[in-house]
Design a protein around this ligand. Structure first.
Ligand code: CTP
Length: 403
């Protein structure tokens, strides 16, 4: 008898999501579609973990189904991808649901985005294109079978044993970003790879001698993995030689060291601190298509590493050296160089500010723009060396100069 997760759906999904799923169910019934919850949401229902994304697969054409939902006024279609026949929707309860058509895939080049060959295949054919058995479970949303789990690949047993198992031997060739996904799931859920999956991964990593793969996919998985900000995942990357996948280097740094530094000095992009410690290859940095702010972290890191530090003989010199660099780059620089000046800057100097503004100095009697600039710089120097401490001192200093 099929396992039924109706109760878990009630317990774990918000009322808004449940309402949207019932509306899907009604519509499927009315128009004769077969629909399923699929992938991560099913895995996380089993594991009783927090659920972020709701993915539904339609045996057939998901766009047609979404139009029926929209006709019934249950949802708005906000995005459609015609080639793969997928759609993003938002329901009246503000629930977002992604719909995909069942499909069988053909990969033109290893590691590249697939070219769909058959849309609207059976669910059983669809699940074989997926990464791991634990991500290939489905839950029926049709009325009569609502909540029934469909497991064509032994995913339930693998979930119980915390095992990551690929569905076929070509899985990593088709999509090497799955290697990083595997580590991400290992770190998040304590999963381990089964023996054959581990061998296939090692074989792929041994034989992979080209740079001809989809770097956007790899980058997206690295971002998700390192954004978890667990030192463990960084150590797992290096222990498994996964950094070689994107031509990165193995530094003498432990993940916990990076995590501790980030926790003490939070930055906008913690994942880039991890990546900045290992990624040097310029070709791959270009291939990752970083945003300008992201790219600056790598450029700043390289500038810092190439500078001669002999002139860093005062707090002011240290401040000026790091001042315009991105905070992530300064953390990376410290991790790679262990220069104490970087830590002095991060922990102390970067927090020092001149409290007076140009307009305050003008009011105190200095009107020349250039002089005001010089005065602000003088105050900064004195604050960094500790001879001026607070705003009162700053005012007294300016007044003394104007006498
Ligand atoms: N998938 C895959 N191969 C990939 C990426 C995704 O087979 N490289 C399939 C898996 O079945 C996965 C589903 O697409 O469950 C949805 O992918 P995604 O949303 O990226 O991941 P989730 O499994 O939902 O996990 P997460 O909680 O990290 O979002």
């Amino acid at each position: 008898m099929a396992i039924n997760l109706k109760d878990k759906i009630k317990e774990q999904l918000s009322e808004n999501v449940q309402k949207a799923l019932l509306e899907c169910s009604e519509t499927a019934e009315k128009y004769g579609f077969k629909i399923y919850l699929i992938g991560g949401v099913v895995r996380d229902l089993f594991l009783e973990k927090e659920i972020f994304d709701i993915d539904v697969t339609v045996e057939g054409n998901a766009i047609e189904f979404c139009h029926k939902l929209a006709d019934e006024k249950y949802c708005k279609i906000i995005q459609v991808q015609d080639k793969l026949k997928t759609a993003k929707t938002v329901f009246s309860s503000e629930t977002e649901i992604d719909f995909a058509s069942t499909r069988q895939e053909f990969y033109p080049k290893r590691g590249h985005l697939p070219v769909a060959v058959r849309i609207g295949c059976s669910l059983q054919e669809d699940v074989y294109r997926r990464d791991f058995t634990v991500n290939s479970l489905a839950i029926s949303l049709n009325k009569k079978t609502f909540g029934d789990v469909v497991d064509y690949v032994g995913g339930i047993e693998d979930l119980a044993n915390k095992t990551l198992r690929v569905l076929h031997d070509n899985s990593f060739n088709e999509d090497p970003s799955r290697i990083i996904r595997g580590l991400k799931f290992a770190a998040r859920f304590g999963f381990h790879r089964d023996k054959h999956t581990k061998e296939l991964q090692e074989k792929y990593q041994r034989e992979q001698l080209h740079k001809d793969i989809s770097w956007t996919r790899i980058k997206s998985e690295i971002k998700q993995a390192f954004s978890l900000n667990t030192g463990k995942i960084f150590d797992m990357f290096l222990a498994n030689g996964v950094e070689k996948l994107f031509y990165a280097q193995k530094p003498d740094i432990k993940g916990l060291e990076i995590k501790t530094l980030i926790d003490r000095h939070p930055v906008d992009n913690p994942w880039l601190v991890y990546l900045g410690c290992i990624l040097k290859d310029e070709e791959i940095i270009d291939a990752f298509c970083f945003t300008r702010a992201e790219k600056k972290i790598f450029t700043d890191r390289d500038i810092l590493l190439s500078e001669n530090l002999s002139m860093l003989n005062s707090n002011y010199a240290i401040y000026k050296f790091f001042e315009k660099k991105s905070p992530e780059a300064v953390l990376v620089y410290y991790l790679l160089s262990k220069r104490k000046e970087a830590l002095i800057y991060i922990e102390k100097l970067s927090k020092i500010r001149v409290e007076l503004k140009g307009s305050d100095i003008k009011e105190l009697g200095i009107t020349d723009g250039k002089k005001i600039g010089r005065m602000l710089d003088e105050i900064l120097k004195k604050k960094l060396s500790g001879t001026i401490v607070n705003k009162k001192d700053e005012i007294a200093f300016v007044k003394a100069q104007t006498k």
